[in-house]
Design a protein around this ligand. Structure first.
Ligand code: HEC
Length: 161
């Protein structure tokens, strides 16, 4: 009888623990706000510590309107989906660093972030353009980004390799 109670209590705590973890992951993600998003990708979960997008390791040549050279990082949610060949789920973040010809000078940071219900007509992507120090140059449902990226499946050009 007593043993049964202990097992039951263990089961209850295990379930509560799982909910706590799921909840923490949910609330950790920032809202679709340029400033809070920047704090998230540079302090809460620095993107430079994430993995490169599969098949795009390190710096590689880019094309206009992005930099002459690029680096492409994804948060764990995005990388997992890319590796599995699945569509990007809510919470996926891709951060593109745009470098100049010399491969050293960081010109701009252009991320895209999938936020549930943010923009159903635009794949729910939140777009932003930051200067190298984090100055917000543009953010939100940016027409320019959307117009060009909408030609691609789920608005993504890069193919995971
Ligand atoms: C005229 C077309 C065009 C515009 C405008 C544009 N992009 Fe892109 N973007 C591309 C192309 C092409 C790639 C793939 C480049 C590569 O990695 O070689 C790309 C790649 C990306 C990626 C990596 C994921 C992917 O789709 O491959 C991100 C993130 C990104 N762009 C963000 C932005 C943001 C933010 C804006 C607006 C501020 C923007 N882009 C505007 C063409 C565009």
């Amino acid at each position: 009888m007593k043993k049964g109670l202990i097992i039951e209590l263990c089961a209850i705590f295990a379930v509560l623990g799982i909910f706590a973890v799921l909840h923490a992951q949910d609330t950790d993600l920032p809202p679709a706000d340029a400033q809070q998003f920047w704090t998230y990708i540079t302090e809460t979960s620095p993107y430079t510590e994430w993995s490169f997008f599969p098949g795009h390791e390190g710096i590689y040549p880019g094309k206009s309107p992005h930099g002459a050279f690029l680096k492409l990082y994804g948060n764990p949610i995005a990388i997992e989906a890319a590796k599995a060949g699945k569509p990007m789920p809510n919470g996926a973040i891709l951060v593109k660093e745009n470098y100049g010809e010399d491969q050293q000078k960081l010109m701009a940071i252009t991320p895209m972030y999938k936020v549930q219900g943010y923009n159903p007509d635009g794949g729910d992507w939140f777009w932003a353009k930051y200067g190298p120090e984090g100055t917000v140059e543009d953010a939100g449902k940016i027409d320019g980004c959307i117009e060009c990226h909408k030609t691609q499946k789920d608005y993504i050009f890069s193919k995971a390799k």
